[in-house]
Design a protein around this ligand. Sequence first.
Ligand code: PMP
Length: 461
Amino acid sequence: MNMIANHPPTSELQALDAAHHMHPFTHAGELKDKGARVIARANGVTLTDTDGNDYLDAMAGLWCVNIGYGREEMAEAAARQMRELPYYNTFFQTTHVPAIALANKLAQLAPDTLNHVFFAGSGSEANDTNIRMVRTYWAQKGHPEKNIIISRKNAYHGSSMGSGSLGGMTFMHEQGGLPIPDIHHIDQPHWWAEGGDMTPEEFGLERARQLEAKIEELGADRVAAFIGEPIQGAGGVIIPPSTYWPEIQRICDKHGILLIADEVICAFGRTGKWFASETLGIRPHIMTIAKGLSSGYAPIGGSIVCDEVAEVINNCEFAHGYTYSGHPMTCAVALENLRILEEEGIVDNVANHTAAYLAKKWATLGDHPLVGEASTIGMMGAIQLTPDAERRAKFAGNEGDVGLITREHCFKNGLVMRHVGDRMIISPPLVITDAEIDTLVERAWIALDLAHKQVEAEGKM
Ligand code: PMP
């Protein structure tokens, strides 16, 4: 039997999955008892599992399916390239048409002098490239000691040794000996959780100025770069106060520190522009990209590098690369994705319509008694669950319990929404329609009502 096309019953698949498949970021023992949800197909914004249940995917997979599921042209682009040239590498003085075309297209789309692309297979790999690239840049310029990279607590930059070290998730650092040396973390600009009595604007400045204090503590002659997600994604869709990024930019400029914008989630229309750096007025030397680059249809990532850094790196042999750097099929798929985003006006439509519609509808969730704050930027949103919005209070019991309860009610009501602690987050496909946004918000409200009842019954409020 073809196990994919004509699959066995769900329970059998779940047992096989538990027996042989190790899942990322999963407590396998707990999942074994519950059984994983087995997703069979998807179309537009809708997922269907092997029992025939539909879910509105408000997370676009893992923040990546920007053009929505089921685009035939993407399958065609992959098949065409596989027939023509399924694989060749870009090492040892060779190249191929899809890698050339994609690098050119990205150079056209990216702002300022971000004109050079180093390909990788994922966001994690691209951030590992960035660590080695910025350190090599300074070493080539005669400053090998300028090798420290400053990042933020609760940042997410991937889960390899390098990118996981850049990330600021302590539960990750506790496994496997992270962080690697010479990575430092400052506090995040998360006003709801950490802003105390400050206004968001005051707090944004205070958090940005921690970068200056850290540079002064370590010495600017030791600091190579600062890395940040324009909007923290996996940390909980944390939209920084308006004062934050301008101050970070000022500090990087003043101290001659390279600025890396990790655009893995935020690029390719997510905020209504091709890159969130444009939305937030950030001028990075390097941008990390992945996810929306291919809308998740093929695994690809990369670093878009400015002229100044590329010139120095191109002056030596940069001893770095992946077998799948610029893989022809993934490049062809990414090119087709960019064509769809551009020619169908998907990015413009986010800017001119959908982001505003989502913002208006999402804001209504702020009236729910379990919700303290409902915020969006572009096509990313968060709601903060709280027993007392006025005091920005936490629930009794473990942080994340109420978020988990809410997420489970979402699933049962046909909605995929993620929880990070007690924040519920969304990042739907950019092609979501107004009617689908209405459904999303209706289902979220139902899930919040059910969670509210349960939380009250369990005495957590
Ligand atoms: N950077 C950011 C900002 C991300 O959100 C992610 C993935 N969620 C990564 C890097 C890592 O990308 P990947 O999972 O493709 O390695």
